[in-house]
Structure formats: structure tokens, C-alpha cells
Ligand binder design. Structure first.
Ligand code: HEC
Length: 381
């Protein structure tokens, strides 16, 4: 077990040492369930998703689209391509604002989805701002190109930091990551703790305020003042995404879900390299891939939709699609599992129902079987 040395209260980090820690976690099976969020399939990939108090802000390369009650309510082109977002305390502390970072600026998203440029309120108008995170009811932080800013009851403090790659906040703690060091600032005591970790991908906090770090194939969690390896994945891990107290992580073509001392893993999700995930205040995960966006949650095993997939879809898949869409099939799109279908509603609807160009010419699919697939696709929210 690898255990990383920690230096409390110091700005520099030390090397690694070997020590005993908790037993590594063995992943349990993760079954996913789609969550209805948009009245029509969303078939454009997004750069970020932020759930506001009144709706959902999704940024594409063209605009920030705002959905209210699952219906598209408007577009704001100024905040296109947003890269971060958070609900943060407004300067008077009484209300909360929804902020997103886009185009190097900071935008407040109003309850109707319109946006207002607010970087100047924080003295950040000359900075290239890329992310914003909430720390607690009074504080939040911005990441910009060469440092970060902590805002406490309207007062802004800037900190220069070269090579910043990711930030996170929760429970009064603020974490920031450079290539080989993750640092955690406890804003109540001002204690700063540094952890050395090579090639770290990202940082997040779990529900208990423990730092989570991913680096190459290892998932680390803070324990007793050190970073302890919780899981050695057989694949490259993406940045951890905090989501309603849980943490989601892309692990190669699969998804991991860390819930306190349990880790769960999908099988057959077949995420493409271009897939990106985002957290949600609800604990769900947003999945953006070239064919569109889906919102998924950790489903109760054996849900009704999964049973329908086994009864209606799996036999047709085996007969017609499996020749090309197996886990190592020629189409390079694995459709062999329930998880791989529920995360692809937009593409399946497009190719089976709208264009009806799957299976390709020369492979037969009876009208009856296409009807069954269409019925299952329609049943996915
Ligand atoms: C003869 C091989 C073959 C068969 C059989 C086949 N497909 Fe495909 N399918 C492909 C290839 C190749 C692609 C990728 C190129 C493309 O998008 O056209 C593809 C793409 C798709 C996509 C688009 C996926 C995305 O994320 O964009 C869907 C959905 C799909 N197939 C569904 C099906 C289903 C469902 C069946 C069975 C009813 C099926 N296909 C049968 C070869 C096949």
C-alpha cells in the first residue's frame, strides 16, 4: 500500500513513504438509470453543466443554453463554452448567486437564464478565470490562469500560484492542485496541508470533507493526514467529480462511484475517449459524449427498465447487433449491456427510429423487432 507523506502547515511537500492503511476497496457492480431532464433528446456535447436554483445551464461551443422545467428557455451566447459553475453566497450573504466561468470571464446566471458579466465585482476583470467552487455558506473561490481568489463575505484575496490545474471546495476546506502537489487549506484554522502525488488528474471532497485525488490508475483518499490508495484501477482515471456527497470518476471506458467506503463500477458502459462527466447537486452524474448528453443515477439493481431491456432488447441485440456491437466489435461501439444503452438515448433514437439506418444495409431487422427497440428507446427518459 502506498502512503504519501504529508507536511502540515508548510507550503512545500515531501516525498512518499510506505505504511499500512485500510484495505483497498473492491468495486461492486454499478447499474445506472437514466434521469429525465430534457423534454427532447439533447444531441450536442457540452463543455459544462451547472444546475441553478431554477433550471439547468448547459454550455455548448455556441452558447449557454438554459432549461427551465426540462424545456429550453433561452440561449446566452456571451457565456458559451463555460468551464465551471457553482452556487455561491452573494456579497450580502443573504442570497445565493449562480456563477459560471466562460470566455475567461465570470457570469451570473439569473433565474430566467439570462447572464450578466460580474468579474469586475471581484476585481478579476483582467484575469483569465476558468473555474469557480463553493467552500461554505460564506466563502467561495475562483481559479484563474496564474492563481486563485478566495472570496469571504464579499472580501476578495488573490493568491499567485503557477501551474494550477484544478480546485475544489466543501465544508470550509479549499483544495488546489498543481501537477505533483495537492494542497488543502482549512479556512477555519488557516492550516495548509500539502500532499505529494505524481501526475494528479484532479481533486474533490467527499461527504465527510476528505480530499479525493486521482492520478493515473490510482484513486487516493485523505486518511489520518496522508493520502492512501483506495483503488488501483486497471485503467486511466479521470478527474474526480463531487456530486451530492458522492464522487464520480471515469475509469477508462467505465464509470466509478465512490460512496463513503463503497466503490461501484459499471460494466459495458463503453465510454469513448471524448466522453466527459460532470457532477450534480443531486448526486447524479452528467455524461457528455459526441452524440449528446445524458443524466444518470445509481439505480436500484433490477429496475423495471433493466428488466425490459433483458426481456425485449437483449434477444434482438444478440440476433442482429452483436456481430458488430460487441465489447470488441468492429463498430467500436459496445451495445452489449443495459448500461451501454441507457447512456445513449439520443444516438439510438437517431439511428433506429429517426434515420432507421441501423443495422446497415444488408443486415435484416424485422419491423416487429424495430418496433420493440423503438418502444424501449422511448421508455428511456
Ligand atoms: C454490420 C455491422 C453493424 C450492425 C449489424 C449494426 N451496426 Fe450499428 N454501427 C455500425 C458501425 C460501423 C457504426 C459506426 C459508424 C456509424 O455511425 O455509422 C455503427 C453505429 C451505430 C450507432 C451510433 C452510435 C453513436 O454513438 O453515434 C448506433 C446507435 C447503432 N449503431 C445501433 C445499432 C443497433 C441497435 C444495431 C442492431 C439493431 C446495430 N447498430 C447493428 C455497424 C453495425
Amino acid at each position: 500500500m502506498r502512503r504519501l507523506f504529508v507536511t502540515a502547515g508548510l507550503l512545500f511537500a515531501c516525498g512518499t513513504e510506505e505504511a499500512a492503511g485500510p484495505t483497498p476497496l473492491v468495486p461492486e457492480t454499478l447499474s445506472l438509470e437514466p434521469v429525465a431532464w430534457s423534454a427532447s433528446p439533447w444531441s450536442t456535447p457540452v463543455t459544462f453543466v451547472h444546475e441553478t436554483e431554477t433550471g439547468i445551464a448547459l454550455c455548448t461551443s455556441e452558447s449557454l443554453a438554459f432549461l427551465a422545467g426540462s424545456v429550453l428557455a433561452g440561449h446566452a451566447t456571451e457565456a458559451k463554452g463555460c468551464t465551471g459553475g457553482a452556487r455561491v453566497p452573494a456579497s450580502d450573504g443573504a442570497v445565493q448567486w449562480d456563477l459560471v466561468t466562460a470566455q475567461g470571464g465570470v457570469w451570473r446566471v439569473a433565474s430566467d437564464g439570462t447572464v450578466e458579466a460580474v468579474a469586475a465585482r471581484y476585481g478579476l476583470e483582467s484575469k483569465n478565470v476558468t473555474d469557480v467552487v463553493s467552500i461554505d455558506a460564506n466563502q467561495f473561490a475562483f481559479q484563474y490562469q496564474d492563481g486563485f481568489a478566495v472570496v469571504t463575505k464579499g472580501e476578495v484575496k488573490l493568491f499567485a500560484q503557477a501551474g494550477l490545474t484544478s480546485i475544489a471546495g466543501a465544508n470550509g476546506k479549499f483544495a488546489y492542485l498543481t501537477k505533483d502537489t495537492a494542497r488543502v487549506l482549512d479556512t477555519k484554522t488557516n492550516a495548509l496541508v500539502a500532499f505529494t502525488v505524481s501526475d494528479a488528474k484532479g481533486v474533490a471532497f467527499d461527504a465527510k470533507g476528505r480530499l479525493i485525488v486521482t492520478a493515473l490508475g490510482t484513486l487516493y483518499r485523505e486518511s489520518g493526514g496522508a493520502l492512501v490508495a483506495l483503488l488501483e484501477a486497471q485503467a486511466t482515471l479521470g478527474a474526480p467529480r463531487a456530486s451530492g456527497g458522492k464522487v464520480w470518476i471515469a475509469s477508462g471506458a467505465e464509470l466509478l462511484l465512490l460512496e463513503d467506503d463503497r466503490v461501484l463500477k459499471t460494466s459495458g458502459l463503453a465510454l469513448d475517449a471524448a466522453a466527459v462527466i460532470y457532477g450534480s447537486s443531486s448526486g447524479d452524474v452528467w455524461l457528455s459524449r459526441p452524440s449528446g448528453v445524458t443524466r444518470l443515477r445509481h439505480g436500484a439493481t433490477g429496475n423495471a427498465l433493466e428488466q425490459k431491456w433483458q426481456a425485449d432488447v437483449q434477444p434482438i441485440y444478440g440476433k442482429v447487433c452483436s456481430a458488430c456491437h460487441g465489447p470488441t466489435g468492429s463498430a467500436k461501439i459496445d451495445l452489449s449491456s443495459y448500461n451501454s444503452w441507457v447512456s445513449r438515448k439520443a444516438a439510438l433514437n437517431d439511428r433506429i427510429v429517426v434515420k432507421a439506418d441501423m443495422p446497415p444495409a444488408g443486415v435484416a431487422l424485422s419491423a416487429d423487432d424495430r418496433g420493440k427497440l423503438a418502444e424501449f428507446i422511448a421508455a428511456m427518459p
